[in-house]
Design a protein around this ligand. Sequence first.
Ligand SMILES: [Zn+2]
Length: 175
Amino acid sequence: MSYYVQTRWGSSEDNPSEARMREIIQELDTPDQEHPDTWLSDDFGWTLTVSEKGVVVWENMEEETDPRYQENVSRDESLRLWLLLANGNYNEIEQEPWKYGQGPPVSNDELQNRKIQAEQIVRGIQREFYDSLGPELIGSKCGREGCVRGTIKFSVFCRPHHFENVRNEICPFND
Ligand SMILES: [Zn+2]
C-alpha cells in the first residue's frame, strides 16, 4: 500500500512516517486562508483532506463518490484518520460519523464577509484604473453634456466619464 501527502504549502511527499504526518498536520496551526488544507491520498484515489478549521473531508478523487465530512476534528483525531487510510483500513474510516458535503454550510456572517471582501477587490481594481487615467487638462472641457470637468489626455471625457465610457459601469469616484 502506498500513499502520498500533499502538504498545505504545496510539496508532495510519498509515504511519510507517522512523525512526519504529525508535523504536516501541525502546520495547520498557522492561519493561512489561501492554503487552508493538506491531504493524504492512496493509490486508489481515496483521500482525507484536513483543513486548518478542523474540517476533514473523505472522498475518492478518481471515482465519482459524494464527498463526506466531519467538523471540529482535533489534530490528533485527524492524524488517526490519516493512519487508518495509510494502512488501507477503509472499513474503520467508513464507520466514522460522516455527513454528506464538502464541509458545514457557510454561515450568514461568513457569506457577508466574503461579499465585502469581493467588493473590496473590485473597488481596488476600479481605483487602479481610475488612477491610471492621469489628471484632467487645464483649459479643456469634458464632452459629456452638462459636465464642467476637464478632459484627460487622449480622451474627450473627464476622468469619471471616461471611466464610465470604457468600463460601462458607474464610476464610484469623483476626485
Ligand atoms: Zn465629465
